[in-house]
Design a protein around this ligand. Structure first.
Ligand code: KIV
Length: 271
């Protein structure tokens, strides 16, 4: 019997049960009330209020500029729409690195002010203390390893991570450290498929991949990318399910034409 079909609300425990039952976990981002409601109704297991909102919603080049207040704004809009999915919110850059007390304060603000169910943090051993402190307050934490976009200026590029043995070994160790610290799941971004499969088979907690191959326990994509709203971003791992850029542009062009010609509104569209 499938686990995901039998739950009214997805919890961190449901995700772990899904892994034990060999059921893949589906996860997408959302940043606003309208789209989060559709994503939830479509049966997604986890909604990530990602700091990719910095790129997708605000047009920044990186995820670094988004603030804690802005993440809380997006998260509370998402929470108002969601009935079933687990809602996880990214702790933004600068709100947790290097200071576990500040990390806890940031996580508490997210939980209290948005009503979210969990937080996500980028990094391995270097943020262990912050993770443990947040967990000690009863806040579930999702980890994030591999390509961690908040460190883009350290990496220099968005290319595949952990191709070399040394970095791959470190990632495996970090995944174990995050599990021991108490993370309920880990996102692994843009690493070789074989490495993800190894980590997923070694760990008891779910591994959610993005550009990390089919061996993960689940997959996550940025909603606007998979809907084809963004034309420019087309990495190999991205499957586009719609071409919404073209659809939306076509509809708006038609509207402009109709307004200009006087075709809109017609007799039935007025009082
Ligand atoms: O912010 C985000 O959207 C993410 C996903 C890419 C996993 O962290």
């Amino acid at each position: 019997m499938s686990v995901h079909n039998n739950v009214k609300r997805v919890t961190t425990h449901v995700l772990q049960e899904m892994k034990r039952n060999n059921e893949k976990i589906s996860m997408l981002t959302a940043y606003d009330f309208s789209l989060a409601g559709i994503v939830d109704k479509a049966g997604i297991d986890v909604i990530l209020v990602g700091d990719s909102a910095s790129n997708v919603m605000a047009g920044h080049e990186t995820t670094l500029p988004i603030t804690l207040d802005q993440m809380i704004y997006h998260a509370s809009a998402v929470i108002r729409a969601v009935e079933r999915a687990l809602v996880v919110v990214d702790l933004p850059f600068g709100s947790y690195q290097g200071n576990s007390k500040e990390a806890l304060t940031s996580a508490i603000r997210i939980m209290k002010e948005s009503g979210a169910h969990a937080v996500k943090m980028e990094g391995g051993r270097e943020i262990r203390e912050s993770i443990e402190r947040i967990l000690s307050a009863g806040i579930p934490v999702m980890g994030h390893l591999g390509l961690t976009p908040q460190s883009i200026y350290k990496f220099g590029t968005y290319t595949v991570r952990a191709r070399e043995e040394e970095e791959a070994e470190r990632l495996i160790e970090d995944a174990h450290i995050l599990q021991e610290a108490g993370c309920f799941a880990i996102v692994i971004e843009k690493v070789p498929a074989e490495l993800t499969a190894k980590v997923a088979s070694e760990l008891a907690i779910p591994i959610i991949g993005i550009g990390a191959g089919g061996g993960a326990d689940g997959q996550v994509l940025v909603l606007h990318d998979m809907l084809g709203i963004n034309k420019e971003f087309s990495p190999r791992f991205l499957r586009r399910y719609l071409d919404l850029y073209t659809e939306i542009k076509g509809a708006i062009e038609q509207y402009v034409t109709d307004v200009r010609s006087g075709d809109f509104p017609n007799e039935k569209e007025q009082y």
